[in-house]
Design a protein around this ligand. Sequence first.
Ligand code: NAI
Ligand code: A1CAB
Length: 275
Amino acid sequence: MNETIAFIGAGNMARSLIGGLIADGWNEDALWAADPETTQRQEAQGRWPGMHTTGDGAEAVAHADVVVLAVKPQVLGEVCRALAPAVQSRRPLVVSIAAGVRGDDIERWLGGTLALVRCMPNTPALVGSGATALVANAHVTAEQRDLAESILRAVGLTAWLEDEAQLDAVTALSGSGPAYGFLLIEAMENAGTDLGLPRETARLLALQTVFGAAKLALESDEDAATLRARVTSRGGTTEQALAVLESGGLRDLMLRAMTAARDRSRELADQLGRD
Ligand SMILES: NC(=O)C1=CN([C@@H]2O[C@H](COP(=O)(O)OP(=O)(O)OC[C@H]3O[C@@H](n4cnc5c(N)ncnc54)[C@H](O)[C@@H]3O)[C@@H](O)[C@H]2O)C=CC1
Ligand SMILES: O=C(O)[C@@H]1CCC=N1
């Protein structure tokens, strides 16, 4: 018998989490998805016929031990205010996956103190290879921590943080990070094509190389710098390529990119918190 989880919003991230939970053996009957869009509900219901769907978030909350807030940050305030009576009467664990919305604001919109876990997943959750950082407020019990972790672990790796402010850096690293990986893949594919390879061959080689490097690093006891050194023969080809990347300032560029993402996450939280 599983705890009942209500997803508020049945979009991309909610569906990845639901897919992961079901693949992990979670009972479909213990899952609810609330979304005002009929097409989103139909998509979820078509994939998981045993799950409950509704257009009314309060109906889903009324059954829930855990409420997962999976709507866009810009509508979260309005969504929470509408759900406040149902949440205050049921008092479930609330898990927010929204980027750049502070826990204090979510509790305020939901009408007062609640057990709340904020987390930052990423889209590889869709294929069970997500990375999620979580942070719990002072009202979350040890059992509720385990429950929140089991939901996110169903779609990949999890890591707990002590300080909510660190979620802005996590958003810059692993939340937005899949896009950096995709950009690298695009750039390698395009360069390979410019150097004379057929596009499809360049695409597959770029994809498998980035995937293989991450898999090797994950499964190795050695750090990335050591693994990089092993590819880099003295006087060879990699040395030439890395010299171009280093002198072009790749490390500094990454720091600037992630600082910009971190700052935007803070700015969003400040803006949305005034709501
Ligand atoms: N896409 C990403 O890479 C990541 C997204 N997130 C967070 O996940 C959250 C959801 O993002 P996505 O799934 O990508 O968005 P999405 O747009 O695919 O899904 C949001 C869903 O919320 C529904 N919705 C709108 N108003 C609603 C209401 N009143 N009640 C219930 N549902 C309502 C929409 O119809 C839509 O189906 C966002 O807060 C985002 O910050 C977090 C990490 C990564
Ligand atoms: O770009 C964004 O704002 C969201 C948060 C992390 C990934 N996508």
